[in-house]
Design a protein around this ligand. Structure first.
Ligand SMILES: [Zn+2]
Length: 293
């Protein structure tokens, strides 16, 4: 995988899996076929599966090395986790080997950051050891947005044990808290001089984006504020997984405007392959220019 530079820092994407998933009319309640077809020429085959039109998405971690710290942003699905989604159930993937191959053994990680606490962003927080879930990264502090954690904690109280986010809160978040490795943060928290956090609620109540800034360059790890590049062109298309459709659309537009204004390299959580890009204005909307490496 490609190593990108932001000043003196490096960023690298480590993929857990990549596959075609939902059809766009199922993914986006505001889907419009004509608007989708207008962008298909560049989306097929990398972002849209030929023939079926299913959206291609990857699940990956961003590895950030600032020189002072090694940071993982979002931790995918994890191994051995029991999930209702068959494609995500009981995985046994060499994700940690892939991390090691890019110079990131588990013990080297200083901070784990989750843009939000959905099942596909917390999985490698823990691994199974002698029947127990233990933190995968033994020397890391896990930074959870206070508002996000509080939301899912109260959902758990309401829905019951093992029910929240397909069980992931119980097997991938709570064991970290119980091991004393979690730090609940507000958006003014700065784990490293190069990192800042911004709130973009809507996909989930406490979704954050993480900015990396150095040497006059900035990258933004935006989690699921966008799932698919079609949302750059249609920022009002929130996904069916957004807890607040309107708020999510407002957050998405705000983030895209910020990317345009500051020439930010946008690094989302589910764009496949090597894809990250720069956002440009286009009419009342936006387009993406891929960062060629
Ligand atoms: Zn996700």
């Amino acid at each position: 995988m490609t190593v990108r530079r932001i000043g003196n820092a490096t960023i690298e994407k480590v993929e857990e899996l990549c596959a075609a998933g939902f059809r766009p009319n199922r993914m986006f309640p505001r889907f419009d076929q004509q608007a989708f077809d207008a962008q298909k020429h560049w989306m097929v085959p990398v972002h849209v599966e030929p023939g079926s039109d299913r959206l291609v998405g990857s699940v990956h971690t961003w590895v950030v090395k600032t020189g002072r710290h090694t940071i993982l942003i979002d931790t995918c699905l994890g191994n051995d986790k029991q999930r209702h989604n068959a494609a995500w159930n009981n995985l046994s993937l060499p994700f940690l080997d892939r991390l090691r191959a890019c110079g990131c053994p588990p013990e080297s990680v200083d901070f784990v950051m989750c843009t939000h606490l959905h099942v596909d962003h917390v999985g490698w927080n823990t691994r199974l050891e002698n029947g127990r879930w233990v933190p995968t990264f033994p020397n890391a502090r896990y930074l959870f947005a206070k508002r996000e954690y509080a939301h899912w904690e109260s959902e758990r109280a309401r829905q019951g044990e093992g029910k929240v986010n397909d069980g992931s809160f119980d097997d991938s978040v709570l064991p970290v808290v119980e091991a004393g490795k979690a730090v609940m943060i507000d958006s003014d928290h700065q784990p490293d001089p190069m990192l800042t956090i911004r709130d973009y609620p809507g996909h989930t109540p406490g979704s954050i984006a993480i900015n990396l800034e150095n040497g006059g360059k900035r990258a933004c790890f935006s989690g699921d504020i966008m799932h698919h590049p079609i949302q750059v062109y249609h920022p009002d298309w929130s996904s069916q997984f957004c807890s607040d459709q309107e708020m999510s659309a407002r957050s998405r537009r705000k983030l895209l405007e910020d990317c345009v204004e500051s020439n930010v390299l946008l690094c989302p959580a589910h764009f496949p392959g090597e894809n990250a890009g720069y956002i440009k204005p286009e009419g009342n909307s936006f387009r993406i220019e891929w960062d060629k490496q």
